[in-house]
Design a protein around this ligand. Structure first.
Ligand SMILES: Nc1ncnc2c1ncn2[C@@H]1O[C@H](COP(=O)(O)OP(=O)(O)O)[C@@H](O)[C@H]1O
Ligand SMILES: [Mg+2]
Length: 331
């Protein structure tokens, strides 16, 4: 399943695995490549085994619960932290040794946005741009408008959402090759989240490469070509959206006027629970089967219906309770 590992194993010469050549090849052909990266803080092993690649022009969702190791991985990629083991390259360079070479090509939004309290939001945006060798440009103004951001207030008066907007506007108005967003929408209201999603789509159209970390499955699903899932410092799943289709099942809670038990047999329906009256059920459904399921429900008289996207926690429960799926776990 790990494409990079299959390349490593394919590059076998006379029965000897030429691991190194395989790794070098992967590192040279991807914007980001991580190979068995490890990192500890004292006794905390934050990263145990992080291996994934990000090819040019792709939007990759980097998904995992709080404390899984997303920010640590990103800091290693930016050369802010030194890894203890494994290989890491960004634009083919080792970020720890060549951070100055890669930084001008990257726009980054940190997970914890720190702002100078006595400057206004507008001043900070311009300062962040200048620190990256860029200037306030028409896109900066367009973004301020799109995010309904008031640049004149001092940063100390800003809410978490407004601090996040400062970082978003500064990063998105840069012209970079690689955009790294560490939980960029935390604290944003839903309208601004939509604006952010539109901006990511524009980056994708322009052929940019994006790494987007999040702990919310439904959020990355909307914008990403592929997803990598990290848990307890190790990558447990990766693939494109089609390969990860089983992650996107909706959970439906429904109440009907007539018994609904027959629906259990419907294609695309999973994890069925119903009450004794057979008038209420809770189940998961594939997106592809949604229309058929709704068509089957309607004649029964829908009294109430709720649908919720799966959360990461649902997914992990599914993983560790289902032996069939645990074969996907890469150790
Ligand atoms: N500078 C640090 N010192 C000590 N422990 C850290 C440090 N940074 C991260 N950690 C620990 O490493 C683990 C991964 O953290 P982090 O990468 O921030 O996770 P995420 O971004 O996925 O929420 C956590 O257990 C966290 O407490
Ligand atoms: Mg983090």
């Amino acid at each position: 399943m790990l494409t990079d590992q299959s390349i490593i194993i394919d590059s076998r010469v006379n029965g000897v695995y030429t691991m190194h050549r395989g790794v070098e090849e992967i590192m040279a052909t991807n914007i980001i490549a991580l190979n068995h990266v490890k990192k500890s803080f004292g006794r905390t092993q934050a990263l145990k085994d992080v291996t994934f690649t990000l090819p040019a022009g792709q939007v990759l969702g980097f998904l995992g619960p709080n404390g899984a190791g997303k920010s640590t991985t990103i800091r290693i990629l930016l050369g802010m932290l030194k890894r203890d083991g494994g290989d890491a390259t960004v634009f083919g360079e080792d970020p720890w040794h060549n951070d100055l070479a890669i930084h001008p090509r990257i726009a980054y939004i940190p997970g914890d946005v720190y702002l100078w309290p006595n400057l206004t939001g507008g001043e900070i945006i311009d300062l962040l741009l200048r620190l990256n060798g860029q200037d306030h440009n028409p896109k900066t103004d367009a973004l301020m408008k799109a995010f309904e951001f008031d640049p004149k207030k001092k940063a100390r008066a800003y809410s978490k959402g407004n601090r996040q907007k400062v970082a978003l506007i500064a990063a998105l108005s840069q012209d970079a090759e690689l955009y790294i967003f560490d939980e960029p929408t935390s604290g944003l209201d839903p309208l601004n989240e939509l604006t952010f999603q539109q901006e990511v789509r524009k980056l994708k159209k322009a052929g940019k490469t994006v790494l987007l970390s999040s702990h919310i499955l439904s959020e990355v699903e909307k914008m990403c070509d592929a997803i990598v899932i990290i848990r307890d410092g190790a990558i447990i799943e990766q693939g494109n959206l089609d390969q990860l289709r089983h992650l996107s099942r909706l959970r439906i809670q429904v109440q009907t006027e007539q018994p609904l038990s027959a629906l259990k047999q419907q294609t695309g329906v999973f994890d069925w629970h119903e009450n004794d009256s057979h008038l209420q059920a809770n189940f998961a459904v594939d997106h592809d089967a949604l229309t058929a399921v709704m068509n089957a429900l309607t004649p029964l008289g829908i009294v109430d219906l709720q649908s919720t996207p799966p959360t990461l926690e649902d997914l992990f429960l599914h993983y560790y309770s289902d032996q069939g799926v645990s074969s996907h776990v890469t150790q």
